[in-house]
Unconditional design. Structure first.
Length: 274
């Protein structure tokens, strides 16, 4: 499982993710839910796509068959040769198709449908296309097994500045949006109409000025939101589905490049050390 956050501002887009990798198996009769056997804290969830000004992040399951998602992302990126004519959307679609093929092979070589779901796997690509006049980054997100191709991460018209989050998001929604995502359903069960629920929950969201937010503040905000989720899983009952180090990358508008802000490194340490 995972928490992945992007923050898009005028100077670039930030991609941040935790490092927890969950090992488990689908529950009998509930293939979209997992029985957790182990959680590792040193997975890789953010990868640069070739030498493009693009980053890809993954959320959901960490393995397909006997391959880690980071391994598959690395394979795609290593084989990706920059072409004279390319677009963020085209690369997002090709990456999605590349991962989808392996996903379907791991689930018996068949195309999955909603009644025959496998565990959720999400892919997010964020960055800039070749047109230097474009100052707003593009973001595409796709979710396996249900979606046929990736779509825009934000539905508004350009420049679409703001934050997006994927994976284990309930803690962020409670903090930022003002209520748990289960609240509307609970209120409906109590007899409130949709209009009443909308009015009751209106204006609970914290406002943020993304259109004037500097890139460093966007970095801090992304790390803060990922940290909120990690804290929720650290202190509340249940397996720590999110945790480990927070990796952070940015894709800047000027110059057009992918840059690491924070990236965990391998190290040797005794597991019993303080």
């Amino acid at each position: 499982m995972s928490i992945c956050v992007t923050v898009k501002v005028g100077d670039g887009v930030v991609i941040a993710a935790d490092s927890a990798i969950t090992v488990g198996e689908p529950l009998p009769g509930q293939p979209d839910k997992m029985m957790v056997h182990q959680v590792y804290e040193h997975g890789t969830k953010i990868v640069q796509v070739g030498d493009y000004p693009l980053g890809v992040a993954t959320f959901g399951i960490g393995w397909v068959g006997n391959r880690s998602i980071s391994s598959l992302l690395g394979e795609f990126s290593e084989n990706e040769q920059k072409k004279p004519s390319w677009s963020v959307k085209d690369i997002a679609e090709r990456l999605y198709a590349f991962i989808r093929k392996r996903y379907e092979e791991a689930w018996g070589g068949k195309v999955l449908v909603p009644s025959d779901q496998g565990p959720a796997l999400g892919l997010l690509i964020a960055g800039y296309g070749p047109a230097l006049k474009e100052y707003a980054a593009e973001q595409y997100v796709g979710l396996l097994p249900l979606e046929g191709e990736p779509g825009p991460a934000r539905k508004e018209a350009l420049p679409e500045f703001g934050a997006n989050w994927y994976g284990q998001t309930d803690a962020i929604l409670r903090l930022y949006k003002g209520c748990d995502p289960q609240v509307p359903g609970r209120l409906k069960q109590l007899g409130l109409k949709d209009e009443q629920i909308e009015t009751t929950l209106a204006n609970l969201e914290y406002p943020a000025a993304f259109d004037s937010m500097p890139l460093q503040d966007a970095i801090d905000f992304a790390v803060y939101l990922v940290g909120v989720v990690i804290g929720r899983f650290r202190f509340m009952l249940g397996p720590a589905l999110c945790g480990g180090a927070i990796d952070v990358a940015v894709v800047t508008a000027r110059p057009r490049e992918f840059r690491w802000v924070r990236r965990k490194e391998w190290r040797a340490r005794p597991v019993w050390s303080d």
